[in-house]
Structure formats: C-alpha cells, structure tokens
Design a binder for this molecule. Structure first.
Ligand code: ACM
Ligand code: ZN
Length: 613
C-alpha cells in the first residue's frame, strides 16, 4: 500500500483524482484526505473472514460494529479471527494491520481479493470501519434484512486522518430533556461522521439534569419547571405542564462507556456562575439572596439570579465536580461561563466586599476571579476547563480552553493569547437556527443559517498567523433545544447540517461545495435507512426576497441538490416540468407569489415552496 505522510501532498492528490468518474461514485462523509477509486469490487459474503492482528478486545468490538450492521441488514456476519494476518496472506479476507499510524488515522486498500485496513490505534481502526460501512451499499444501514442486495465495496485506496483533534457536537438536555436511548442514537450518528466529542449540557436555568448524590434536591426538585413557554419565547403563553427529567449516575456511567466504545468522549457541562437558576431554586443560599423566592425558569433567556461567589457556593460546586469527575473521565470539563449578568453582584454586599478585598476592578474581574478559583480546583484534580467566550471577561484563567460562540472574536483573542480554542460560532455553527425560509419552517431561534453557509465556513480565522492558527483545536455544532421539544425535531434541525460541520472538523481536503452536495445526496440515502428525520430542504428551492427597493423586490432562488433546475410560476399555480426555469435574479411586485420546485430530468425532486410579497 502506498504511504503518503504529508497531508499537503494528499491534498494535491485529491485535486488530481477528484474529477475522475469512478471517484464520484464513492461518497464518503466526511471526505477522506486522500481517495483514489480503482476498477473492480470486493464482494462480501458470509465466507469472508476478518483477520485481526491484535488480541485487543477493543479491536474485536470495532470489527463487531461492522458485523452488527451486516447481521441486521444482510442476515450474516463475518468470522472474526485474531491471528497473524500474514499467515493468511493468500486468502480472500479483510485484514486489520497495526501500521503505527498516528492517532485516529487509517488507510484502506480495497482490491477484488482483499481489504487491507491499516491503523495505529483503536480510533483509527474504528474510523476505518465507519468508512467501510459507507463503501458498502446504503442498505447496510437498514435495521432489517434487505433482499437482493449485492454486498460489494468499490475498489479504492484511502489514506485518511483528521484535520482537528476536537470534532464536537453539543446537545442541550436542559431546555428540553432527552432520554438515554435517544442519546445513544445521537452518539451513533456522531460516530458515523467521525465526530469524537459529545458536549453534554446538563445544567441550566430551566432544569438540572445530573444526579448529584450529595445534593439530592438538585434532581428531586431542580429537574422540574412548572410549565414551559408555548411557541416563541416572547409569546407570554405557557402550557401549564410540568417538564422534567434527569440522568442517574448509573445511566451516565453506562452512556460514557457506550460513547467510549465509539471513540466519543463525553464532556459534561456544569454551568457557572450564570444559568444557575435551577440549582438556586433548590439551594437559595447559593445566590446573592436578594429575592424571597427562586423558581426554575419557564422560558428561555438570561436570568440575573446567578451563583454568589461565597464559600458555601464554592463548597457546593467542588462537591458537584467531585461527583462529575467520578462519572466522566474526560480531561476537559465544560464550566459554561456564558451570559452571567452582573446585576445581582452589583447589589450584593458580599460580592462588593469581595471585589474590594481582592482588589478587583469590577464585576467582570469578579467573574474572572470566580472562574480562576474554579479552574484551580479542577486543575488540582487533573482536569482542564473549557468555557464559552465570556470566560475572557476580566482576564482568561491561565489554563482555560475557550469555546468560541459569540462570532469569532473570542476565539481569535484566545488563540492570540495561546489558549486552545474550539470554534462553535453562532450563527454559523448554531443548529437551532433556521435552515430554510422561516416562513415555511418550524419555529427556530434565528437565522437562517443554510447548509451551504455552514459548509463553507472556515473555522480557522484568517486574521490568525500560522503560529496562532495551531491553537484552533477543532469545531463544534451547537444544538440548543429551545424550540426542539422532541427527538424528531432535534434530528430535523441537526441533520444534514451537522454533516457539513463534521466534514470541516475531519477533512483536510479543500472545500468543494459541488462535490459535497453529490456525496451528501448519496449519504442522505444512508440516513434514510437509519430513519433519521433530517430536514429535506436539500431538494427544495430556497426563495429569498431581497430588500433592495420598496415597491418591487428582487428574488433569488437556489437549491442544494446537484444537477437540479428550479422551475417557477408567478400566478400561484404549481410549477411543472414545463414552467420557466429560474436563470437569475428578477423583480416581483406586491401581491405576487413565487411558487417554485426543483426538477431533475423533468421530474420534481422535492417539495413545492412559495413565497409571497
Ligand atoms: C450560548 O449560546 N449561550 C453559549
Ligand atoms: Zn453575591
């Protein structure tokens, strides 16, 4: 097998082979660093053995994931043999060989006679299996037996390694609670896309979701809010139904193991000093004590009731983190840090005395003091903190990593100060934003942030010099669940846009929107087999009215699906294959209605969309 050490060289080779027709038939997401399609295929049947060159149980489990899919979809699984593959070099089979590759890297060589998988660690072998699954017919992702499928893989040569070590997906389980089976499915989907960090948002103003044995009230009471705002956060209407849910420590341990088996590290987030109302509603002494009564929030937003930086608060937080450390082996621990209003601290005699005693300039420096004190504790237990941009306020804690969500500015500042950064900027990587015309989409937080915008975003800001760019350790897609009350809505909002973020996190191949859409169309067929309820806007026109003039509006239309044309009408009728083809921006007047659909080879491929002036 060809060895190519340099990613830069790989990139050149991709450019050289990408236009080849055979390469186009292979649709892997995220795109491998180097992929060369060859002629021929490897046909899989129950007689093909898998040779594993290590007695390692993790490798056996990884090969078992391939078998798990085959057993369900093809009705057979492959014999797994832990033996020296070289002793079987003449046989047809799949050979896993430790080639000392760097962490998470793998090579695949698929020929008609054998598949050789080279890896260097368990993660690399696991990602090779994810790619093998994507080389098989999409039917391999079905949960029931598929008849009449030829279980073959196209011959090819792949050399692959991640662009960033941190490829994350967040899920807020506080604004709405999601059960463990859904989280397992969420992690499975992450792993399929080579996403390796699950950022689990566990505490909020609207609910506390992690069992802490020392403070049982946190879940007995703090899991609950008495009701939830209906529709927009500003509606003023409430559903009158209690909402709650929490994860027991046993459930958490099992999920951490489930994720680790899939090379996903779970990073728990315990919010401080803000977004703490659920905890304060259980233990009001943790607040500045300015109010008679504290209640878990029933709508979304920012609340002024925050942790007061006093000894009993630090005792509480340290106790909580002690239990968190027992549950989560992750080196990184997310401490939130975002959106902490300073109003209570301004009024609180204790906080004001503390500012004077510590010689702090203001409440922003008090926030920094709070974070630094927590960092010292967390570091003393061998862990590192990561927090949202606002931990930059008043000065960054010495060892902190920054998760940059307020645009790019915080990430840039932190990288310039030589702190590691994960780029999770809103709105570019916020999956709670609309992914189409808000007029025809379910309620969302803002936007729209289209698939293409997410795909084209470069997570390494150009203002950073080469030395500073090294501090960008990865990317994360954020799933805040204000307007996602169900697993189905989470899947709708997250996919397929998360495919684009995953690709930016993994792939060092140059961005190529057209190539991505071709691969994505094949990939969506896989998600269909897994019954992922992704947003189907890929095949729908996106109609945009621009606010250029008062009395007529300029319309532009686009569609993500490749090889598609948009046909439209202006009289309210449904477009057909004979309707005019959209060729460029045009003006519409008041009361006109643009009705459009995408067509390929004379057939409508998605849904009709319309927009009225
Ligand atoms: C955030 O969206 N408040 C991090
Ligand atoms: Zn206070």
């Amino acid at each position: 097998m060809r060895k190519i050490a340099s990613i830069a060289l790989c990139t050149l080779l991709i450019a050289a082979c990408a236009p080849g027709q055979e390469a186009a038939q292979i649709s892997i997401i995220p795109q491998p660093a180097f992929l060369q399609a060859e002629e021929g295929e490897f046909v899989l049947d129950r007689n093909v053995p898998v040779y594993l060159d290590s007695p390692d149980s993790a490798l056996l489990r990884t090969a078992g994931f391939l078998n798990g899919h085959l057993q369900k979809a093809a009705g057979f699984s492959l014999e797994l043999i832990q033996d020296d593959p070289l002793a079987h070099g003449n046989e047809k089979g799949i050979f896993f060989l430790d080639a000392g590759l760097r962490t998470e890297a793998y090579n695949l060589d698929v020929t008609p006679a054998r598949i050789v998988v080279e890896y260097g660690d368990g993660a690399g072998a696991f990602y090779a299996v994810q790619t093998l699954l994507q080389l098989l017919p999409e039917a391999v992702f079905a949960s029931g037996k598929q008849a009449g499928v030829r279980w073959s893989l196209p011959c090819c040569s792949i050399e692959d390694a991640p662009r960033f070590p941190y490829r994350g997906m967040h899920l807020d389980c506080c604004l709405h609670f999601f059960d463990i089976p859904f989280l397992e499915r969420y992690i499975d989907l992450m792993a399929l896309h080579k996403v390796n960090r699950f950022h689990w948002h566990l505490t909020e103003d609207q609910g506390w979701r992690i069992e802490i044995k020392k403070y049982p009230l946190l879940t007995e009471k703090g899991q609950w809010r008495k009701e939830t705002v209906v529709g927009s956060l500003y509606s003023g209407v409430y559903d009158g139904k209690p909402h709650g849910g929490y994860y027991t420590q046993e459930e958490i341990k099992a999920l951490v193991k489930y994720a680790a088996d899939r090379y996903v590290t779970i990073i728990p987030e315990i919010e401080l000093p803000g977004h703490a109302l659920a905890a304060i509603s259980c233990y009001p002494e943790l607040s500045c004590g300015l109010e008679d009564h504290y209640e878990t929030a029933t709508k979304w937003g920012i609340f002024k009731q925050v942790f007061c930086p006093k000894e009993e608060t630090f005792k509480f937080l340290e106790d909580v983190f002690d239990e968190v450390f027992e549950l989560f082996p992750s080196e990184l621990i997310h401490i939130g840090g975002d959106e902490c209003p300073k109003a209570s601290w301004k009024q609180c005699p204790h906080c004001q005395a503390l500012i004077r005693k510590e010689g702090l300039k203001d409440e922003f420096e008090l926030q920094s003091w709070f974070i630094q004190r927590m960092e010292r504790y967390i570091n003393s237990k061998g862990r590192q903190i990561i927090g949202w941009d606002e931990i930059l306020q008043g000065g960054l804690a010495p060892n902190a990593r920054v998760m940059s969500w307020l645009g790019e500015e915080g990430g840039i500042k932190a990288a310039q100060q030589h702190h590691e950064v994960v780029m999770a900027p809103y709105p570019k990587y916020y999956l709670d934003y609309w992914q189409g015309d808000p007029d025809s989409e379910p309620l969302a937080m803002g936007g729209p942030t289209l698939l293409r915008t997410m795909y084209e975003y470069n997570p390494v800001p150009e203002v950073l010099g080469p030395e500073e760019q090294k501090y960008i350790i990865g990317v994360e897609g954020c799933v805040w669940t204000e307007y996602m009350p169900s697993p189905a809505r989470v899947e709708y909002m997250a996919w397929p846009r998360m495919c684009a973020i995953a690709e930016s996190g993994w792939s060092s191949a140059p961005k190529d929107w057209d190539g991505f859409t071709r691969r994505l169309e094949a990939h969506l067929a896989r998600l269909d087999r897994m019954d992922v309820g992704y947003c189907p806007n890929f095949w729908n026109p996106y109609i945009e009215f621009h606010k250029d003039t008062e009395y007529s509006k300029v319309v532009t239309m686009s569609v993500d699906a490749p090889d598609a044309e948009i046909r439209y009408t202006l009289d309210g009728s449904s477009p057909t294959a004979a309707s005019p083809v959209y060729e460029g921006p045009f003006a519409v007047n008041r009361q006109q209605r643009v009705t459009a659909a995408a067509f390929r080879n004379g057939k409508m491929i998605g849904n009709i969309k319309y927009k009225e002036f």
